[in-house]
Design a protein. Structure first.
Ligand code: HEC
Ligand code: HEC
Length: 89
């Protein structure tokens, strides 16, 4: 049946548009950057020299429940620098 086939085609195109629209919503570049200050300067150097994974090991020395607490509802934090980019200030 030609007509129902067309309807299905429109449906598929519609779904594709919805998915593309979803993907095109660029992820918000709002996640706070790692400051370039006395606490973090060494990590900027370390990321450049040895990469993100090497630097991330030290984040939780300070960023933990007793130290610099995470904001409520902070997402799973296995890889800090995957979300927090190195800032310049
Ligand atoms: C020596 C302790 C220390 C270490 C290690 C440390 N931080 Fe921090 N961090 C702080 C303190 C104190 C603050 C809050 C004051 C500030 O903004 O500098 C902070 C703030 C931040 C902020 C929030 C900045 C903002 O805009 O409010 C981010 C993001 C962050 N740290 C990420 C990291 C990451 C990622 C690492 C590991 C690479 C790391 N920190 C290692 C002490 C530390
Ligand atoms: C899955 C993404 C993700 C990962 C991984 C992640 N964070 Fe976050 N973090 C966020 C988001 C989103 C926020 C809330 C928005 C903001 O303030 O940046 C946040 C907030 C923060 C804040 C507070 C920032 C402020 O301005 O008050 C700090 C400090 C922080 N994260 C540190 C870390 C550290 C240290 C790690 C690794 C142990 C880490 N984060 C891993 C996404 C992430």
């Amino acid at each position: 049946m030609a007509l129902s086939l067309k309807k299905r085609d429109f449906l598929l195109v519609g779904i594709a548009i919805v998915i593309l629209a979803f993907l095109w919503q660029a992820p918000p570049e709002s996640t706070s950057r790692v400051p370039y200050d006395d606490d973090h300067r060494q990590f900027h150097e370390l990321v450049k020299a040895e990469g993100k994974k090497a630097a991330e090991k030290f984040c939780e020395d300070c960023h933990n429940a007793e130290g610099v607490a995470f904001p409520e509802g902070h997402p799973p934090k296995a890889r800090c620098l995957f979300c927090h980019k190195m800032g310049s200030s």
